[in-house]
Design a protein around this ligand. Structure first.
Ligand code: MG
Length: 277
């Protein structure tokens, strides 16, 4: 008897809840949004705003690390068609032919062939890069698997074999070179493939004036290294190099530092804001 009363009570509560829900969501257009809710800060969109544009559909890569459908693939293991060479200084050296070796699905830094720079230019972006330091360990500190990912040809995320290899902290793998060490050392052994996932906000200039510095967020092998860190200035060795105005978009670079570091699966996405379907 008591059980029956309980069942009836539960059913009554459930029916009430359904009626309430039906009142709030009668179906049709109202079921996917509202036009009578409070405005979010800024006053443009309401909470659950039915008029708010829906994000475009982007298919994720088939496996973790694979390019999503809206990425620009910069290297897919086959050729250097998206790249040029650059001799001399990373940010303003002379243009050259892209001369790094491509084989077995990866490209390899080729000593004497300078840096690689993309033909296309980028500003704010999400970047995925996979790399491997030479399996054969020959040197130490900065001489061991040195290369680098050069955002806008000048803001460097260091590539280095930092597996049981001591160097200055702000120069080890995943450092913002010469500025910030990574939060932790998540390096794999030399010869193993590693990944960088980078979110980069380009600096903004007005004439000679810096309006907004660059910011970097970096994951190394899936581990957070930098969380929207303010970049001090362009990469430099033993000095602080101040910001110097440059174009809103510049080539992405890979540093040729004399060590045969390998790269594969490089893709990039330009960042867009909210409500831009
Ligand atoms: Mg380097």
């Amino acid at each position: 008897m008591r059980y029956r009363i309980l069942v009836v009570a539960v059913l009554a509560v459930a029916a009430g809840a359904m009626a309430q829900q039906a009142k709030k969501k009668p179906g049709g257009a109202e079921a996917i949004g509202y036009d009578d809710t409070p405005f979010l800060p800024g006053g443009k969109w309401r909470v659950h705003d039915i008029r708010r544009p829906h994000p475009r559909v982007t298919a994720p890569g088939a496996q973790p690390g694979a390019p999503p459908s809206d990425a620009m693939v910069l290297f897919d293991g086959k050729d250097l068609s998206k790249w040029l060479g650059r001799a001399g200084r990373e940010q303003d050296g002379a243009a050259a032919e892209a001369g790094w070796k491509v084989e077995n699905g990866y490209l390899e830094v080729t000593p004497g062939k300078g840096h690689l720079m993309t033909k296309e230019k980028f500003g704010d972006c999400q970047l995925h890069v996979e790399w491997a330091a030479p399996a054969e360990v020959r040197s130490s500190s900065q001489g061991r698997g040195n290369s680098g990912v050069l955002l806008m040809s000048r803001y460097e995320i260091q590539v280095l074999d930092s597996w049981q290899n001591v160097t200055y902290a702000d120069g080890q793998a995943a450092s913002i070179y010469g500025q910030y060490p990574p939060l932790v050392n998540a390096s794999r052994q030399p010869g193993e493939w590693q990944s960088y996932d980078i979110v980069f906000e380009a600096p903004r200039f007005e004439g000679d004036k810096l309006l907004k510095p660059a910011y970097l967020t970096v994951f190394h092998n899936g581990v957070l290294m930098h969380h929207r860190m303010e970049v001090v200035g362009p990469m430099a060795h033993r000095i602080l190099r101040p910001y110097a105005p440059h174009a809103p978009e510049e080539p992405l670079g890979l540093q040729g530092h004399g060590d045969r570091v390998r790269y594969r699966n490089i893709w990039i996405r330009r960042l867009t804001g909210y409500d831009q379907p």
